[in-house]
Ligand binder design. Structure first.
Ligand code: CP
Length: 301
C-alpha cells in the first residue's frame, strides 16, 4: 500500500508521472478506472475545494464516496479516539482521503490503516495534493517546471501549501522570493532545506520589489485558524493585498496562483486580469486528484 502524506513521499519521477496522468485525465475525464472502489472522505477540518474536487474526481472515474465533513454527527462527538475511528473506517473502503488540524495526524493514520491514506491537509504541516495541482498549473502556464522564479507572498509560517510546494519545486532548479511580515516568515527548517540543496532564495517585506522578475506569484491567506492570539491575527491580516496596479510591470507570461480560499489578499479587480489563474487552478485540482488516487491504487499505467 502506498500513501501520500508528505510531498516527499513521491520521487521526482513520480511527480512527473502525476503531471502526465493529470494531462491524460484532462483530455479524457470520464475513464471509469475506479469502478467498484469505495473512498472514505474524512474531513475533520473545513474544506470546499479539496473535499469536493476529490469527490468530483472519484465520482467522474466511477468510484463511490462515503465519509463526513465535520465530526458532530460521528462517534468522535461521543469521545471515540482518532485511532479507533481510522481502524474502523479502513475496513469500509479502498482509500482514505483525510484532513485534520493536528500535524502528523495523516502520517499516524497511514501507519495504522489497512488502506492507503491521502493527506488533504494536516495543520500547518503539509498539503501534498494541493502541491501537485500547483505544479500542474505551473507546468501548464509556463510550459515547464524547470528554472521557475516563484514569489511566495503572505502567511509563509502557517501556510501548509507553500511548505509542500517549496519541497516539490526543489527538484526543478527554482529561485524563491519570500514576501512576509516578520511574524509570518518562512520557517527556518525550510530555509535550511533550500540552503542544503544550494537553491537560491531571498526574503523581503516589499511586494512591489518582488514582482518584477516573477514567473509565478503565489499568494496565500493569513491562516486565522492557526493563531493562538486573535490580536496578533488582527495586526497582520491585511498586510499584503495584491492589486491590479501592482501588475503593470510584471512579465507578460507571469501567472498568479492562490490555493484559495481568499479573504481579501487579492483584490477582486485582479480576477479579470489575464494573469489571474487561481480559478483555473481549482479546475486543475480535479484532474490532478484523479491522477493521484488512480496512481496510488495502481488503476492506471
Ligand atoms: N486549497 C484548499 O485547500 O482549499 P479548501 O480549504 O477549500 O479545501
Amino acid at each position: 500500500k502506498k500513501s501520500l502524506v508528505s510531498i516527499t513521499d513521491f520521487s521526482c519521477d513520480e511527480i512527473l508521472k502525476i503531471m502526465d496522468l493529470a494531462a491524460r485525465f484532462e483530455a479524457d475525464p470520464h475513464r471509469q478506472v475506479l469502478a467498484g472502489k469505495v473512498f472514505a472522505s474524512l474531513f475533520f477540518e473545513p474544506s470546499t475545494r479539496t473535499r469536493l474536487s476529490f469527490e468530483s474526481a472519484i465520482n467522474r472515474l466511477g468510484g463511490r464516496v462515503i465519509g463526513f465533513s465535520g465530526t458532530s454527527n460521528t462517534s468522535v462527538s461521543k469521545g471515540e479516539t482518532f485511532h479507533d475511528t481510522i481502524m474502523t473506517i479502513s475496513n469500509y473502503c479502498d482509500m482514505i482521503v483525510m484532513r485534520h488540524s493536528i500535524e502528523g495526524a495523516a502520517r499516524y493514520a497511514s501507519e495504522i490503516s489497512r488502506v492507503p491514506v491521502v493527506n488533504a491537509g494536516d495543520g500547518a504541516n503539509q498539503h501534498p495534493s494541493q502541491t501537485l495541482l500547483d505544479l500542474y498549473s505551473i507546468k501548464k502556464t509556463q510550459g515547464t517546471l524547470e528554472n521557475i522564479n516563484i514569489v511566495m507572498i503572505g502567511d509563509l509560517k502557517y501556510g501548509r501549501t507553500v511548505h509542500s510546494l517549496l519541497e516539490a519545486l526543489s527538484f526543478f532548479n527554482p529561485t524563491f522570493t519570500f514576501v512576509a511580515p516578520d511574524e509570518l516568515k518562512m520557517p527556518d527548517e525550510y530555509k535550511l532545506f533550500l540552503r542544503g540543496k544550494g537553491i537560491p532564495y531571498t526574503e523581503t517585506r516589499s511586494i512591489e520589489k518582488a514582482l518584477g522578475d516573477a514567473d509565478i506569484v503565489y499568494m496565500t491567506r493569513v491562516q486565522r485558524e492557526r493563531f493562538s492570539d486573535p490580536m496578533e491575527y488582527e495586526r497582520v491580516k491585511n498586510v499584503y493585498i495584491l492589486k491590479n496596479s501592482m501588475l503593470e510591470n510584471t512579465k507578460p507570461n507571469m501567472r498568479i496562483l492562490h490555493p484559495l480560499p481568499r479573504v481579501g489578499e487579492i483584490d477582486t479587480d485582479v480576477d479579470g486580469n489575464p494573469k489571474a489563474y487561481y480559478f483555473k487552478q481549482t479546475e486543475n485540482g480535479v484532474y490532478t486528484r484523479m491522477a493521484i488516487i488512480s496512481y496510488l491504487l495502481g488503476a492506471v499505467e
